[in-house]
Design a protein. Structure first.
Length: 235
């Protein structure tokens, strides 16, 4: 993080080689703590290198997918999901060749009841990051993602359990962030309504209904109201 972005490529090969060796050995020995720390280091590398991280993607992708599938050690899974968001922001449309595999694992995690609940709101949010990254190309995932968001946004929890209320708000924030990313992503750079963006039209009534539910909930979080306001602006 302290290195000038211009100088980072001079040391990034050495760092990435060491990290890949750590992933390889920690995957074999199931050392979750090592993987989590290594993922955080990769996150910093992505932040500094930006699009320059692309050259490591082929070597890193297997370990990213292993991390995403590591539902037994949820901190590793959570760090991997966060990393997908970092990669989306850094690579933009250049993440496209990897998008199918990543989206498939994220979808599988959402529908798996054994995945730790703290991971799921973050996955929803990353759906929005992916849409912002690949723009109109996201249309191929649209129907499945919109169905998933509808299901997630209807989650009900025990209102007496404060932990579950926090989870509900995080889940709703994830949905709102996903909707925002999808609308902005499908709109792209264009000032006119794109054919891809028109595909969101049938879902608008439900999105507005969901925003209303969030607003009327006495236990709503400040973040969910802020995200709702931003989404209304985008709509």
């Amino acid at each position: 993080r302290k290195v000038e972005p211009a100088h980072a490529p001079a040391i990034s090969d050495t760092i990435m080689t060491a990290l890949l060796q750590m992933f390889q050995s920690s995957t074999q020995s199931r050392a979750g703590g090592v993987q989590e720390d290594a993922l955080m280091a990769v996150s910093t590398l992505i932040e500094v290198l930006g699009e320059g991280f692309l050259k490591y993607m082929d070597a890193f992708k297997p370990y990213l997918l292993i991390g995403l599938k590591n539902i037994a050690e949820y901190q590793v899974c959570q760090a991997s999901v966060g990393l997908v968001g970092d990669i989306c922001r850094a690579l933009g449309t250049k993440i496209l060749p990897y998008a199918d595999e990543i989206m498939e694992v994220l979808m599988a995690n959402l529908s798996d009841n054994s995945v730790h609940r703290t991971v799921k709101p973050q996955i929803l949010s990353v759906f929005g990051d992916m849409a912002l990254a690949i723009g109109p190309e996201y249309v191929k995932y649209l129907d499945l993602v919109m169905t998933t968001l509808m299901q997630a946004s209807q989650c009900q929890v025990d209102r007496q359990d404060f932990d579950m209320l926090d989870y509900l708000n995080e889940l709703r924030e994830g949905c709102l962030e996903a909707y925002t990313g999808i609308i902005q992503g499908l709109k792209g750079e264009s000032n006119v309504t794109t054919p891809e963006l028109v595909r969101v039209q049938p879902h608008v009534a439900y999105i507005v209904q969901f925003i209303t539910v969030v607003a009327q909930d006495s236990e709503h979080s400040d973040a969910s109201i802020a995200a709702s306001a931003g989404l209304i602006g985008d709509l």
